[in-house]
Design a binder for this molecule. Structure first.
Ligand SMILES: Nc1ncnc2c1ncn2[C@@H]1O[C@H](COP(=O)(O)OP(=O)(O)OP(=O)(O)O)[C@@H](O)[C@H]1O
Length: 273
């Protein structure tokens, strides 16, 4: 009963802003984009510039912790300077909260593209796309952060290019998640992605790659389940790269090493289409 009452109270507190509401005196709410673990993100129209922006506000039910985590997220976004990572436009702090305004990336997520639009990727298309995505990931690593949430819903596909979003779980290299997030936000992670290290992000990139590669997989009727190595008919360099990402083979020391192998695999795929 108590849990039910608490949930009902929290949903009432977190009741989202409505289209037409005005935020920070200049942003008209158009729609709710999503409700995350500590923030609510809206698509808004900036009256000053006429531009669409994405605005993230803390969930009132999560109180000071949500404000603190959003301050952190804004700080991390401020360190990023990449054309395919949304720019932080401003973060306004006030007595009872914070408003984070960032560039709005229109388009659909890689998840929507694969599962709703049923877009399929060949092995070669996948390698090209991952190479582009890795340029964003490399930038995050070079700025001293591990993204920790590289997944298909956090990649927005716009005009054929991948944009990397959502720095809500990012940590600086050397930081510990226990020192930053609340108990309820600490997820049990696979051992390969537990460390705040480049190879944890690369492990996630491996999973993202599998989603892309499975998009063109067609199972035969009555086919028994098998491993991805058996199901996907991959070229040997791509299979070996995935095995390094999944740490079945010696893991990559850094993102550049993986990108170099992607480039080599691409040359090979281009010469043997
Ligand atoms: N800059 C942006 N441009 C376009 N859409 C965005 C942008 N940032 C977030 N979104 C969208 O807003 C929604 C909410 O995203 P957000 O990152 O705030 O939370 P989440 O991913 O749902 O949860 P959590 O932060 O707990 O991981 C998602 O659907 C995401 O695709």
């Amino acid at each position: 009963m108590f849990a039910w009452l608490r949930n009902a109270f929290e949903s009432w507190m977190d009741y989202p802003k409505q289209p037409g509401d005005l935020l920070s005196g200049r942003y008209d709410v158009c729609s709710l984009l999503g409700m995350g673990s500590y923030g609510l993100t809206y698509l808004c129209l900036d009256r000053n510039s006429g531009q669409e922006v994405a605005m993230k506000l803390p969930r009132p039910s999560k109180r000071a912790k949500a404000v603190q985590l959003l301050q952190r997220e804004a700080h991390i976004m401020r360190q990023m300077e990449h054309p395919y990572i949304p720019k932080l436009l401003e973060s306004v702090e006030h007595s009872n909260g914070i408003v984070v305004v960032m560039e709005y990336i229109s388009g659909m997520t890689l998840e929507e593209l694969i599962f709703e639009q049923e877009r399929s990727f060949t092995e070669q298309e996948c390698v090209v796309y991952i190479l582009e995505l890795m340029e964003r990931v490399l930038h995050v690593h070079e700025r001293g952060y591990i993204h920790r949430d590289i997944r298909i819903p956090n990649v927005i596909h716009r005009e054929g290019k991948p944009y990397l979003i959502d720095f809500g779980l990012a940590l600086a290299m050397g930081e510990r998640q226990e020192d930053v997030f609340t108990e309820s936000m600490l997820e049990k992670r696979a051992p390969e992605r537990q460390d705040v290290a480049v190879y944890s992000d690369l492990y996630d990139v491996g999973h993202l790659m599998l989603f892309m590669l499975y998009s063109s997989y067609e199972p035969q009727p009555d086919q028994p389940p098998a491993s991805w190595q058996e199901e996907l008919k991959l070229s040997s360099p791509v299979r070996q790269m995935l095995e390094r990402l999944f740490q079945i083979r010696p893991r990559y020391e850094n993102s550049r090493q993986f990108m170099q192998e992607l480039e080599e695999a691409l040359l090979l795929l281009e010469s043997n289409p």
